[in-house]
Design a binder for this molecule. Structure first.
Ligand code: PMP
Length: 397
């Protein structure tokens, strides 16, 4: 019956993690998967999360179904983090938010909904982008195209190429943006560049789809939300998928949301109904536990402050490791062109240089990074960064 099902070759990132696990070398370093590790090399349990979880445990009763759009307190908390509690689009209820199964679930819900109501549109994602972006949108039936983004010569943004492409898109084209901590490149737009992009989206009547999985790990919790707030201020109608997997260190709880910024409250209400209908036909309603942890932390002023400080500490460690890697390489090779490491933001660093040497780093030194040249900065620790820098300089020779 199922002879025609081809074998799934596996996800390249998960396959690489398997190879890392099997590597017997004790000095091996995992810079492949996008997980935040602390300086001891552990995925941390946040203190704010621990406190919220304990309080929840003390009062949890039977676990009944959630509404299709998820918990009301969680949905409110999501809007406040993304746009700020006082944003007029939040207070006037112009935003329809549904709790989703991680950020991936938000992308899937958004792409299915868009395919239903904009069947003729095409999708544009950055070149490169997180691989699952194209996979999810094409899975919903869209043609997925790429707009220029990464500039290999500078390891920065090809902004002229990007805007030239956006300028010629047909109205109602769906354009996927990373508001901060671009995955995989770590290169982000400046606020002034976002303003230009917003102007183009308005003028060309594009449908922006912001996917934010690392809010707070780039420049700061508010700074990282600039693009979405600028779009909302400009009166654009757009989608936002967000994930708390990294920023709450709650990967397996699958905490995400899809928010659709609408023209007014009446439209938001209709749009929310369609989100609910799409959810109902797919998985019916999201799970309870993780969302309630997140809502508790975000809606309690003390826990919220504690969480922001914890995310701030993650951000600081990322910057420290970027600096340490760059400094250590430059000590050994003062002429190395590695300024991009500290110029990029978020969990990832990306360059043609790392792509060229990915295999040698893996085979000769047990340092695992993606073949694309993406390294996950949080795999670095004060204990291993020197060894990684030495390996990088050796493969350069
Ligand atoms: N978008 C981006 C850009 C991501 O990097 C990720 C996670 N790697 C996601 C979405 C998905 O988030 P989640 O793990 O919560 O599904």
């Amino acid at each position: 019956m199922f002879e025609h099902f081809p074998r799934y070759p596996g996800d390249p990132i998960f396959s690489l993690v398997d190879r890392f696990r099997q590597d017997p070398r004790p000095e091996k370093v995992n810079l492949s998967i996008g997980l935040y590790y602390d300086d001891a090399g552990n995925v941390p349990k946040l203190e704010s999360v621990r406190i919220a979880e304990q309080a929840l445990q003390a009062e949890t009763q039977a676990c009944i179904y959630q509404p299709m759009a998820g918990a009301a307190n969680y949905r409110q908390a999501v809007q406040e983090v993304l746009f700020g509690a006082a944003h007029p689009k939040v207070t006037a209820k112009h935003i329809a938010t549904a709790q989703t199964i991680g950020g991936s679930g938000a992308l899937k819900l958004g792409s299915d909904l868009l395919k239903q109501y904009f069947p003729e549109s095409q999708v544009w994602v950055s070149d490169p982008s997180w691989d699952n972006h194209a996979a999810i949108f094409s899975g919903s039936g869209f043609t997925v195209n790429r707009y220029p983004y990464f500039d290999a010569a500078s390891s920065g943004v090809n902004f002229a190429g990007m805007t030239a492409c956006l300028e010629q898109l047909p109205a109602r084209s769906i354009v996927l943006f990373h508001p901060c901590c671009h995955n995989p490149t770590g290169v982000d737009l400046t606020p002034a560049q976002w303003d230009d992009v917003v102007r183009i989206c308005v003028a060309r009547e594009l449908i922006p789809f912001c996917d934010i999985a690392y809010q707070g790990l780039g420049q700061g919790m508010e700074e990282d939300a600039y693009a979405m707030r600028a779009m909302a201020d400009a009166g654009l109608s757009f989608f936002v998928s967000n994930s708390f997997s990294k920023t709450f260190s709650l990967y397996g709880e699958r905490c995400g949301a899809l928010s659709i910024v609408c023209k007014d409250a009446e439209e938001a209400d209709r749009v929310l109904g369609q989100m609910e209908f799409t959810v109902r036909r797919s998985y019916s309603s999201p799970p309870t536990h993780g969302g309630q942890i997140v809502a508790r932390v975000l809606l309690n002023p003390q826990l919220n402050a504690m969480w922001r400080a914890e995310v701030g500490a993650m951000r600081a460690r990322i910057l420290q490791m970027r600096q340490a890697l760059q400094d250590q390489i430059l000590i050994l090779r003062p002429d190395a062109q590695v300024g991009f490491i500290t110029a990029q933001r978020g969990m990832f660093s990306y360059s043609g240089f790392f792509a060229t040497h990915a295999q040698a780093l893996r085979d000769r030194f047990g340092i695992y990074l993606l073949d694309s040249g993406r390294i996950c900065i949080t795999g670095l620790t004060t204990g291993n960064v020197r060894r990684v820098a030495q390996a990088v300089v050796e493969v350069m020779a």
